[in-house]
Design a protein around this ligand. Structure first.
Ligand code: S3P
Length: 750
C-alpha cells in the first residue's frame, strides 16, 4: 500500500472488466486521491458508485478529465480517436494518457489523427494481458493483473516521467511490466493472441458447417473444448481487433498456412521421424516456454516473481531411502553426443531439470528429432557429425554454464552462425575461458557481454585446427568444450589439466565409439571421426545426493540411504571430505551401470563432525558440493579451512561470498578469503542442539545455495527463509518433495 498516492485524480473513460479492476487496485493500494469515470451507460456509473469504485460519474468525458493527472482509456479501441478529439482541449501537459487496448498501432494512429505527429509526452499506450470470461463493472477483480504481463509501448515522444509512473502503477497491481515498441507489440500479439483466436473461431466454424455438426459437437472431447474455448469470446471485439491489427495478423496467418502445409506433408509422406521431431519440439516449447524461449531476457528486466522456501525450527527425524534425480553433467552430454551420433541413442535416468532441458531444447532448435523426456527416458535420432542445422533464433541456455561452454566448442565448428544467451546469472559468468582456446583453434567466437560474458556469438568455421592447450584452471567444462571442437578440427586436439576434473566427456565419447586417449593429466583425440548411437544409463547425481548426505551427517539419529548414486572417482570428493570430517558414511553395493560406477551411500547421524583443513586435491572433485559442505563445517567442532577453491567465486553465484553472508546471518562466525573460507564450527561432541539462529537468506538465485541452507533447517533454532529458490528446478526438481519425505518440511511460496 502506497503511503502517498501516485495520482491526484484518475479519470477512467469506460469502466468494464479492465477499467473497474484497475480502479479496484487503485483503491486497495491507495494509488489515487480521487477516481472518476465517464461511460455512456448511466447504470454502469451508478453501479460503480454503489460499489465504491468512483467518487463521481459523468456521461460526458470532458467533465471527467478536467484536472486529472491520469486518464485511462478503457473503452473499445475503435472509439479512441473520437474520445481523444473530445477531451484534448481539457488535458494539461502533465496529464498521463494511457489505454488498455489489445492493439497498439491503431491507437497511435488515432492519437496522431488528433494531435498530428507531435504527440503529448504524457501519452503512453499500454496493454494489460489479462481477461476473464465475464465482462462489465461487476466482473472486475482486484487481482486480475497479479502475475500477468502488462506491455507498455512508450513512443519516442513519451516522457520517462510518465512511463515510470505507469510502471509503478502496474507493479502495484502485481503485474510484470514489459516495455516494447508498438510494432513489436502488434506482431507478438498477432501470433500469441490474435491468431489463436482466429483459429479457434475458424475451427468451430468448420465443424459447425458440417451436416453432422450436432453429432460432432455431441461427441467432441476435451481437445475440442480446450481448443475452442476462446471462440466463445465477443465477436464484435474480435472483429475490431482483426481489422485494427490487419497487417500483423495477415503475416501470422501466412506463417500458419506455411506450417500447416509442412505438417500436412509429413503426415502424407508418413515421415515418422520428422513428425515426431516436430511434435516433440512443439511439446517441449509449450511445456517450458517460460524458461526456454529466447525471448525471456526481454521479460526479465522487470521480473517480479521469485520463489521462497520457509523452514520452521524444531527437532527433526531425517530418515529413509531415496533416489535423487539423474546426473546433470551426464544428462547434458547424452543429448549433445546423441545428437551428433549416427543412429539412435536411448537414454534412461535423464535429469528433467531446466539446465539439461535447455540443452535438449537447443538441439531441437538445431533440427534434431528428440522424443521425451518421459519418466527419464529420451530417444535421440542422431543427425551425424555434420547434420546440425542453423537455429532460427538465439539458443537460450537458461542458467546452464555447462550447456553454453560445451556448445561453444561444438558450434564453433558448424556450417552456420549462432548466438547463445542465458538468464541473469549465466549472463554474468566468464566465457572467455572457453572462447580463448577456441580462437587459438581458429574459431570466430565473441563474448558480447561486458567483461567476457554472454551472449556468445559464433561465426561457424569448417577449418578449425587441433591444438594443445594447458588449462590454466581445473575446469571440466573448458576441457570438454575444447575436446568437442576437436571432433571437427584437423589433426589432434589435446588438453592438460592442472588437476583431474570430471571425465564424463571422455567416458561418454568412448561409449559412442570415439577414441579418446588419457595419459596422466593429458587428454587427446583426433578430429574427423564419427560417433555411433548407443544406450546411456544416467546415474543419480552425487551433487544432488550431497545435500541429503550433509543433512544426515548433522542430524542426530538420522539414517539416510541414497540409492544408485554415480561414484565416478572424479566426483567423489564430497564422500572423502565428509569421511575426513568423521561422518558415519558407508558406500555399499558398488556396481557398474552404463559405463559409470554407482553405489548406495548410507549416512547416519551418530557422531559430531570435526573441522578440518579440506584437502586441496579434492577441490575439483567436490567443486559443486562446497555450499553443502560449509553447512556441515558450521555444525562441526572446531575450525574448517578451505583453500585453493577460487573457482567457487565464478559459479552460478560467488559461492564463497554468498555462503559467508548467509552463514553470518545464521550466527556462524566465518571469514571469506580470496580462494576459500574459514568457518568456526559451533558443534560440540555429543551435543545435537541447534547450531543456526535462523534468518532470511538471499540465495542469489543459485540452486545449490538454496538447497544447502535448506539443510541448515535440520539444526536451526529460528525460522529460515530462503529467497530466490526457483532455480532449484535447474538441477533437482524433486528436492522439496524428497526433503519432505525425509522429514524436513519445506514450505514453498511464490
Ligand atoms: C561441469 C563442470 C563443473 C561443474 C558444473 C558441471 C560439467 O564446472 O561445476 O556444475 O558438467 O562439466 P567447471 O568446469 O566450471 O568447473
Amino acid at each position: 500500500m502506497m503511503s502517498q498516492p501516485l495520482f491526484e485524480k484518475v479519470a477512467f473513460i469506460g469502466l468494464g472488466l479492465i477499467g473497474s479492476s484497475l480502479a479496484r487496485v487503485m483503491i486497495a493500494e491507495n494509488l489515487a486521491k480521487q477516481i472518476v469515470a465517464s461511460t455512456r451507460s448511466q447504470k454502469t456509473l451508478d453501479d460503480a458508485k454503489a460499489l465504491g469504485l468512483i467518487q463521481a460519474g459523468y456521461s460526458n468525458p470532458v467533465d471527467a478529465v478536467q484536472g486529472a493527472d491520469l486518464v485511462v482509456l478503457a473503452l473499445p479501441v475503435r472509439a479512441t480517436q473520437k474520445v481523444l478529439q473530445t477531451i484534448k482541449p481539457y488535458l494539461s501537459d502533465s496529464t498521463i494518457i494511457t489505454d488498455v487496448g489489445s492493439t497498439k498501432g491503431n491507437v497511435v494512429d488515432a492519437a496522431k489523427a488528433v494531435y498530428g505527429e507531435q504527440l503529448p509526452s504524457g501519452f503512453v499506450p499500454g496493454h494489460p494481458i489479462a481477461g476473464a470470461e465475464h465482462t462489465g463493472v461487476h466482473a472486475g477483480k482486484v487481482d486480475l493483473f497479479a502475475n500477468h504481463k502488462v506491455i507498455l509501448t512508450p513512443l519516442p515522444s513519451s516522457g520517462d516521467w510518465a512511463v515510470q509512473k505507469l510502471i509503478q502503477l502496474w507493479q502495484a497491481a502485481k503485474a510484470e511490466v514489459i516495455c516494447m515498441d508498438v510494432e513489436k507489440h502488434d506482431e507478438v500479439l498477432a501470433h500469441t493472441s490474435h491468431l489463436p483466436h482466429l483459429m479457434a473461431f475458424n475451427l468451430v466454424e468448420q465443424l459447425a458447417n458440417r451436416e453432422d455438426n450436432l453429432d460432432i459437437f455431441r461427441y467432441a472431447a476435451g481437445g475440442f473444448r480446450d481448443f475452442s474455448r476462446i471462440a466463445a469470446s465477443d465477436p464484435q471485439m474480435w472483429h475490431d481487433i482483426f481489422f485494427a491489427n490487419k497487417k500483423a495478423i495477415l503475416n501470422a496467418v501466412d506463417g500458419f498456412e506455411h506450417q500447416l502445409a509442412q505438417i500436412r506433408k509429413l503426415i502424407e509422406d508418413e515421415d515418422s521421424q520428422a513428425l515426431m521431431g516436430l511434435l516433440g519440439h512443439a511439446q517441449a516449447a509449450r511445456q517450458h516456454f517460460n524458461h526456454m524461449l529466447a525471448k525471456r531476457p526481454l521479460m526479465e528486466k522487470n521480473k517480479v516473481t521469485t520463489q521462497q522456501f520457509t523452514i520452521l525450527p524444531g527437532k527433526k527425524n531425517f530418515q529413509g531411502k531415496f533416489t535423487v534425480p539423474g546426473d546433470k553433467s551426464v544428462s547434458h552430454r547424452s543429448i549433445m553426443f546423441g545428437a551428433i551420433a549416427e543412429g539412435t541413442t536411448h537414454v534412461t535416468g535423464f535429469l528433467e531439470g531446466e539446465d539439461a532441458l535447455a540443452t535438449l531444447q537447443a538441439f531441437r532448435d538445431m533440427g534434431v528429432s528428440i522424443e521425451g523426456p518421459k519418466n527419464g527416458e529420451v530417444t535421440i535420432h542422431g543427425v551425424g557429425i555434420n547434420g546440425l542445422k542453423a537455429p532460427k533464433s538465439a539458443l537460450y541456455m537458461g542458467n546452464s554454464g555447462t550447456s553454453m561452454r560445451l556448445l561453444s566448442g561444438m558450434l564453433s565448428a558448424q556450417q552456420f552462425d549462432s548466438v547463445m544467451t542465458g538468464d541473469a546469472s549465466l549472463s554474468k559468468r566468464p566465457m572467455e575461458r572457453i572462447a580463448k582456446p577456441l580462437r587459438e583453434m581458429g574459431a570466430q567466437i565473441q563474448t558480447t557481454g561486458e567483461r567476457g560474458t554472454p551472449p556468445v556469438s559464433i561465426t561457424g568455421s569448417q577449418n578449425l585446427q587441433g591444438i594443445h592447450y594447458d588449462l590454466p584452471m581445473a575446469s571440466a567444462q573448458v576441457k570438454s568444450g575444447i575436446l568437442l571442437a576437436g571432433l571437427w578440427a584437423n589433426g589432434e586436439t589435446s588438453v592438460t589439466e592442472p588437476e583431474p576434473t570430471r571425465d564424463h566427456t571422455e567416458r561418454m565419447l568412448r561409449a559412442f565409439g570415439y577414441k579418446v586417449k588419457t595419459e596422466g593429466n593429458r587428454i587427446s583425440l583426433q578430429g574427423g571421426g564419427k560417433l555411433v548411437g548407443t544406450e546411456i544409463q544416467v546415474p543419480s547425481d552425487i551433487s544432488s545426493a550431497a545435500f541429503f548426505m550433509v543433512g544426515a551427517a548433522i542430524t542426530e539419529g538420522s539414517d539416510v540411504t541414497l540409492e544408485a548414486v554415480g561414484i565416478n572417482p572424479t566426483r567423489t570428493g564430497v564422500i572423502e571430505i565428509l569421511k575426513q570430517m568423521g561422518a558415519d558414511l558407508t558406500v555399499e553395493n558398488e556396481r557398474i551401470a552404463g559405463g559409470e560406477p554407482i553405489a548406495d551411500i548410507r549416512i547416519r547421524g551418530t557422531r559430531t563432525l570435526k573441522g578440518i583443513h579440506m584437502p586441496e586435491d579434492q577441490v575439483p572433485l567436490a567443486i559443486d558440493e562446497f555450499p553443502a559442505l560449509f553447512i556441515a563445517a558450521a555444525c562441526a567442532e572446531g575450525q574448517t579451512i578451505l583453500t585453493g577453491a577460487a573457482e567457487l567465486r565464478v559459479k552460478e553465484s560467488d559461492r564463497i561470498q554468498v555462503m559467508a553472508d548467509g552463514l553470518k546471518t545464521m550466527g556462524i562466525d566465518c571469514t571469506p578469503t580470496e580462494d576459500g573460507i574459514i568457518i568456526e564450527g559451533k558443534g560440540k561432541a555429543g551435543d545435537w542442539s541447534a547450531i543456526f539462529t535462523g534468518g532470511e537468506i538471499e540465495s542469489h538465485h543459485d540452486h545449490r545455495i538454496a538447497m544447502s541452507f535448506s539443510m541448515a533447517g535440520l539444526r536451526s533454532s529460528g525460522v529460515i527463509k530462503i529467497v530466490g529458490t526457483e532455480t532449484v528446478a535447474t538441477s533437482f526438481p524433486t528436492f522439496t518433495e524428497l526433503a519432505n519425505q525425509a522429514g524436513l518440511p519445506i514450505q514453498v511460496s511464490e
